[in-house]
Design a protein around this ligand. Sequence first.
Ligand code: DAH
Length: 361
Amino acid sequence: MTAKTDSKAWKESWETRCREAKESLAGHATLEALEALRLKYLGRKGSLTELLKTLKDLPLEARRELGGPANAQKEEILGLIEASRGSLEHQSREREIAGTRLDPTLPGVPSPQGYRHPLTQIIAETADILGRLGFSWAEGPLIETNYYNFEALNIPAHHPARDMFDTFYLKLAPKSPEAAGEHGNLLLRTHTSPVQIRRMESARPPLRIISPGRVFRHEAVDATHSAVFHQVEGLYVDHHVTLADLKGTLHAFMQALFGPKTRTRFRPSFFPFTEPSAEMDVQCLFCSGSGCGLCKRSGWLEILGAGLVHPNVFKAVDYDPEAWSGFAFGLGIERVAMLRWGIPDIRMFYQNDIRFLEQFP
Ligand code: DAH
């Protein structure tokens, strides 16, 4: 055999193997088959690899002629194999995804949801109901002076009415002697009524406000008493405000709060800052008036205090009691919530036990 025929045979053999490789590349179906194919032709002992090694035995001229194109074909086949591997891998991923397809009709995994505290809910509802009757929100400080909490509300020192309130007095020194002088000792407000005074001092009548907030009493804590609790104060001042206005407003308020069938009644009472004074009862929500343990067999539950603003209160804020009249009321938020939901112990509101709080969505 001549060098020429050697080269020719080599070229033919190379081209046959290349064609074969390309043909079988078209027919393979799996990644495994593809890898077997790569090894068969281009692995360390692959038929193309082996043949390429023999190129060095050919004459220089033939090597020059055949080497470049052979290497280019080898690269081409390698490129085809890699492209094929890419598309097979893609297909296999697609199959995997298709097998574990997302089912949008499955129920979702719920994430824990928070709710508004029951007291916050009652305050918001109160503001909403009375807001529709024209009352706007007002706030006052929790640390009050003797003057706003008592004096201006017609509760002078040593008046027996002070016994109604077990007061937390503060040892805090007032900021200036003047502040101490006229307005007296600092204390934690025992009711929301001082907001009436603050509001009337800063605005001229007519006015209609509600003032929800925290109040403090030096009291032994039990199922129905807490040293910290919440009230909503209401105040309406205008010309010719009467007891009938008070009754009508409160009746509508109670029906919105406890339901349209709620019955109410007025009882005479005493508060230093109102004259006349009254307390409102709602018919027992548990026995509907027939008498049970909760209403102490009376059929009625005491719910709030109220009355027509005392002339001395108007004088304290420089309103002319001859020209203006008004009504005021105050109710305990905890009591409303306890009646609404049948909560037996006031302490539950402050323990932040999630099992309790979750029950008021
Ligand atoms: N401040 C009273 C209390 O804490 C509640 C009250 C009664 C408020 C009568 C009023 C009212 O405005 O007119 O017991």
